[in-house]
Design a binder for this molecule. Structure first.
Ligand code: 13P
Length: 340
């Protein structure tokens, strides 16, 4: 493990005014996204869409790294340049999703554990050769009256920590992603309690596995009301609860926290991040690693037509700019409205 290299990469990923684009949708997930715009999910369409995002001029001012799916890391742009090379040339760090997805957790009805540890070191070594410098592994936790179970919390924390250790052994910065899902009628208080349990267990396991905290990033959910909860917490309440939860669970040695958007609207995801950065002098950088919240307007504008690429890139650039501003609490309604 080259600690210095890991630390430098982790810090570069949370550099001022920058965050991460999560474009690592698996083949089934990108098909779901393409279904919403009536586009066939072929390999050609997938790289055409991602090329539109990656070649958006100026986006590299607010995008430090891109998380790729295995297929994309091996693809080339239309000008023949391999994707990792094209990203490196504009100062954007290529990353790779290395988990094999959330699978049914035995004996725990409806709960999941993320798989992918077998052979992981060899895969990581190959990804490093292909140009990746960081990785991602996502665990999911469902909230109901009696879930998550102890089994789900422990199994996912253990797998996340084993993954992070293997990733660091291959000199790839791990982005550790415990996602407490927003689905359901639960309150924001219940989300906070479950997230506190999940995150603190993750850091206990990271300690057990000897993970170098200065050379990793955490990618958590924000603390939100369940999406079917009658009373929805406002922006300030979400920001305060999220910072409080992280202060209680995340060591100050971790260089950055890069939130997932998790199904929040793009504007709300930006507003929440902005409020956190406006209210706190946190010990870690508070940034983004958004998938849907960076891509949604752009995907719609693109709709599979080459002629729409300029409009789609303008929409992507706008979201990148807004989120970049949210890194310092400088995002505003005026900035949002002064669109594309
Ligand atoms: P969302 O921001 O759409 O939740 O995606 C982030 C991600 O990488 C999920 O693993």
């Amino acid at each position: 493990m080259d600690k210095q290299q890991l630390e430098q990469t982790a810090q570069a990923l949370v550099a001022p005014n920058k965050g991460i684009l999560a474009a690592d949708e698996s083949t089934p997930t990108i098909k779901k996204r393409f279904d919403t715009i009536g586009v066939d999910s072929t390999a050609e369409n997938r790289i055409a869409y991602r090329e539109m995002l990656f070649t958006t001029e100026g986006a590299n001012e607010n995008i430090s790294g891109v998380i790729l799916f295995d297929e994309t890391l091996r693809q080339s742009l239309s000008d023949g340049r391999p994707v990792p090379q094209a990203l490196n040339e504009i100062g954007v760090i290529p990353g790779i999703k290395v988990d094999k997805g959330a699978k049914a957790l035995a004996l725990q009805d409806g709960e999941k554990v993320t798989e992918g540890l077998d052979g992981l070191l060899d895969r990581c070594k190959e990804y490093y050769e292909l140009g990746a410098r960081f990785t991602k592994w996502r665990a999911v936790y469902t909230i109901t009256d009696d879930k998550p179970s102890h089994a789900c919390i422990e199994a996912n924390a253990h797998a996340l920590a084993r993954y992070a250790a293997v990733s660091q052994a291959a000199n790839l910065v791990p982005i550790v992603e415990p996602e407490v899902l927003m689905d359901g009628p639960h309150t924001i208080e219940r989300c906070e309690a479950v997230s506190t349990w999940a995150f603190s267990t993750v850091f206990q396991q990271l300690f057990h596995q000897g993970v170098h905290l200065e050379g990793m990033l955490l990618k958590p959910n924000m603390i939100l009301s369940g999406n079917e909860c009658a009373t929805q917490a406002g922006v300030e309440e979400v920001a305060a609860a999220t910072v409080r939860t992280l202060m209680r669970t995340v060591p100050a040695s971790v260089p950055g926290i890069v939130f997932l958007s998790g199904g929040q609207s793009d504007e709300l995801a930006t507003a929440h991040l902005n409020a956190m950065n406006a209210m706190t002098d946190a010990p870690w950088e508070l940034s983004y690693s958004y998938g849907r919240a960076l891509q949604a307007p752009s995907l719609k504008a693109w709709s599979g037509a080459a002629a729409n690429v300029p409009a789609a890139q303008a929409a992507f650039l706008h979201r990148a700019r807004c989120n970049g501003a949210a890194r310092t609490g400088a995002y505003s309604d005026e900035m949002e409205a002064a669109a594309v």
